[in-house]
Design a protein around this ligand. Structure first.
Ligand SMILES: [Fe+2]
Length: 391
């Protein structure tokens, strides 16, 4: 029996899900109170048919297409100039994680007087913001990974310190999300795989993060079940709209769940992305088994639950790890960071920066810079055994 792949959901924000729903973009803007939208998108999407038809459907809209992968503060500043110069009153953040993050941060900064780095996700720094200066956002994801469309933060590179900083404010949550799986059918197989595993890692790290949060745990488990079932299908046939619809939902579920916390995979992936400009999802996909193995002793019970929910042939931590390794291989993910251009020469810095990344505090067991450096070095060389039982 096939399911109608369409729904209007109201948590964690308003989500209009289903094939073809991009036709409702103008309606979404007017519901969000936006009359002059700035459409913020990735450089690579500027000339795409989906951006052209989005612009054609919106009155008084302008395009800012200056966002690159791992967006930096100069991209945000350029977006802000376009926003203020054009007299806009809201943002349509349209694209992959980089465009969504940059678009959300442009809308957030549009009415602030303090500098961007004053709003890093540290303690209660977000209360420094003037909430009346935050413009509304309509988010339109075109990948299924980041989940930024339902997140309250944007990750922006500080070019001076070479650190990825998380800019956070509760009102950065988009007002309306259009989750249209037809926008993701053109994603190449490799990007589908890397972004899909990023979504999986969001669910996995959130589920394994310590703390009492059964809501997040439930969302994370179902997200992992959907990705286990549909990611191979979406990779095998990009036009499989059922697989694409479930992957898009799972990506939003990952970001919903990680309000609980992330962990060592993201803590290491952030500085690796800052220093080596690697793709975020691909970086996570490579690092995942190394951090899992390091955490082995503290996540035995949880990985057994995951193995049962996924109905894997072998149970427990080992059954789950075996599936992760097999999925990585099948989807063409390299086993070592060296294979994606990462070297060990920055290992000490990466260990230090991973230890202070906000994601590190969600790791199931406390990790320090020396341990994170050791995990990173093992991942560079592809030596999974080097982290075994170290946790
Ligand atoms: Fe991620």
């Amino acid at each position: 029996m096939s399911m109608v792949l369409r729904g209007n959901w109201n948590y964690p924000t308003t989500i209009w899900a289903g094939p073809g729903r991009i036709a409702e973009l103008a309606e979404a803007c007017s519901r969000a109170g936006i009359t002059r939208p700035l459409v913020v998108t990735d450089e690579g999407l500027v000339d795409s048919p989906m951006i052209k038809s989005a612009l054609a459907s919106l009155k008084d809209a302008a395009l800012f297409g200056g966002v690159r992968g791992n967006p930096a503060s100069r991209h945000v500043q350029a977006g802000l100039r376009a926003y203020r110069g054009g007299g806009h009153d809201g943002v349509v953040a349209f694209g992959g994680g980089s465009a969504l993050d940059a678009g959300k941060v442009v809308a957030f900064m549009s009415g602030q007087t303090r500098p961007l780095w004053d709003f890093e996700d540290i303690g209660d720094w977000w209360t420094r913001a003037d909430p009346t200066g935050i413009a509304p956002v309509v988010a339109v994801p075109t990948t299924s990974g980041t989940g930024s469309e339902v997140g309250r933060a944007g990750v922006i590179l500080n070019e001076e310190t070479h650190q990825k900083k998380i800019i956070f404010h509760p009102q950065m949550m988009p007002r309306i999300v259009i989750a249209d799986p037809e926008l993701t059918v053109g994603l190449p197989r490799a990007v589908t795989a890397a972004t899909g595993i990023d979504a999986f890692v969001h669910c996995f790290e959130a589920y394994c993060a310590p703390g009492f949060h059964p809501l997040a745990d439930g969302v994370a488990l179902e997200g992992m079940r959907l990705i286990h079932r549909y990611l191979p299908r979406a990779c095998a046939n990009g036009k499989d709209i059922e697989a694409r619809a479930h992957m898009l939902a799972a990506a939003s579920m990952g970001a919903t769940a990680f309000q609980k916390g992330l962990g060592g995979v993201h803590a290491i992936a952030h500085p690796v992305g800052s220093w080596f400009n690697t793709h975020h999802g691909l970086t996570n996909a490579v690092i995942l088994p190394y951090v899992m193995t390091f955490n082995r002793n503290s996540i035995a019970d949880k990985t057994d639950v995951i193995a049962r929910v996924l109905d894997l042939p072998a149970r427990g931590f080992d059954g789950f790890l075996a599936w992760v390794m097999e999925m990585r291989r099948e989807l063409g993910i390299p086993h070592s960071l060296a294979e994606i251009g990462v070297s060990a020469d920055k290992a000490a810095i990466i260990g230090r920066e991973a230890a202070i990344d906000p994601s590190a505090s969600g790791n199931p067991i406390p990790v320090d810079a020396a341990q994170l450096e050791r995990i990173f070095r093992a991942a560079v060389d592809g030596r999974l055994g080097a982290v075994d039982s170290a946790g």
